[in-house]
Design a protein around this ligand. Structure first.
Ligand SMILES: [Zn+2]
Length: 68
C-alpha cells in the first residue's frame, strides 16, 4: 500500500505510531506501524497493527476478569 491521505490527499509515510488502547478504566500505550499523513496527521493502521491492537484489547479484557 502506497497511499495518499483519504482526507487531504497528502503523502502518507510508514512510521511508528503510539496507540492508546483503552478498556474500561485501563489504558495501555503500544507502538505499531501506521501510515501517517505528512500534512494532516491522519493515521491508517496496517493490518498487522490492527491485529496487534485487537490482541492488546483481548489481553486487557481477560486481565479484567481478575478484578471482578
Ligand atoms: Zn491528510
Amino acid at each position: 500500500m502506497c497511499a495518499s491521505c483519504p482526507l487531504c490527499g497528502g503523502r502518507m509515510e510508514m512510521k511508528m505510531a503510539e496507540v492508546q488502547v483503552s478498556y474500561r478504566s485501563y489504558t495501555k500505550t503500544i507502538k505499531v506501524n501506521a501510515y501517517i499523513c505528512q500534512k494532516c496527521g491522519e493515521r491508517i493502521y496496517t493490518p498487522e497493527a490492527e491485529a496487534k491492537i485487537r490482541q492488546v484489547e483481548e489481553e486487557m479484557r481477560s486481565a479484567d476478569q481478575y478484578f471482578e
